[in-house]
Design a protein around this ligand. Structure first.
Ligand code: SAH
Length: 222
């Protein structure tokens, strides 16, 4: 796939996106800013052209390095739950295709995103869509470590199934911050919303069942 070459966003794609937005509304995505971001970002750009027609169905698809682009519902749900405000500093673990990253960037925040797979990190580096988002800073590294140099963050989003709540990421969350983390092994996770109050106390709330590829320790150089 020639990710450096601009692709077309046709009326057909725009129409399919509007249908997807209706589906998300029916599934209780009510934040108009989140729905506007879904409308703005052509998801088919993030997929192999072979999946172009299905790009706006609510399903996950394979990307490079045996990873997946999350369901649009999952992306919308997590983005909505973060209650983003303009100019907030947000950390994402698992850049993957960068679709979730671009949706977050559309919310007017400043995004720091980490990917552990070198192949995916390099691929996204050549991706033409990234030029539209100077508010996304990408890092190749292990998300369990976070980014101590840029911490603390207003919001943190983990887009891989974590075996446990990463303690260093909780540390890097600001007071009054929110972190969304799917926790569980295998293909089934409980979505946990972590909130830190003004005194630093942690509260956890289970937000439903989701399915992610695993969050793995260390970097992968291949
Ligand atoms: N947000 C992505 C989802 C990709 S799937 C998207 O919208 O496409 C999850 C991603 O998390 C994969 O790319 C995987 O390589 C990455 N990942 C898994 N464990 C990680 C870790 N410890 N640090 C950083 N990235 C990690």
């Amino acid at each position: 796939m020639l990710q450096s070459i601009e692709r077309e966003d046709t009326y057909l794609h725009k129409g399919l996106r509007l249908k997807l937005i209706e589906l998300l509304r029916n599934k209780k995505i009510t934040d108009e800013k989140v729905l506007a971001a879904i409308d703005k970002v052509p998801r088919h750009f993030f997929l192999d052209p072979a999946f172009e027609r299905q790009a706006y169905e609510d399903r996950a698809f394979p990307i490079n390095a045996d990873q997946t682009i999350s369901h649009p519902y999952t992306v919308a749900f997590m983005t909505q739950a973060l209650q983003l405000k303009k100019f907030e500093k947000v950390l994402e673990i698992g850049t993957g295709s960068a679709y979730q990253a671009c949706i977050l960037a559309e919310m007017g925040i400043q995004l720091f995103t980490i990917e552990r797979q070198k192949e995916l990190f390099d691929f996204v580096g050549k991706f033409f869509v990234m030029k539209r988002y100077p508010n996304i800073k990408r890092f190749y590294g292990d998300g369990f470590e976070g980014l101590p140099t840029y911490a603390p963050f207003d919001k943190i989003i983990i887009t891989a199934g974590a075996p446990f709540i990463p303690p260093k990421l909780v540390e890097q969350l600001k007071p009054n911050g929110i972190m969304m983390v799917p926790v569980g092994d295998g293909g089934a996770q409980k979505m946990i919303k972590i909130t830190k109050d003004a005194s630093g106390n942690i509260n956890q709330e289970v937000m439903g069942d989701f399915s992610f590829v695993p969050m793995l320790q260390g970097k992968n150089i291949k």
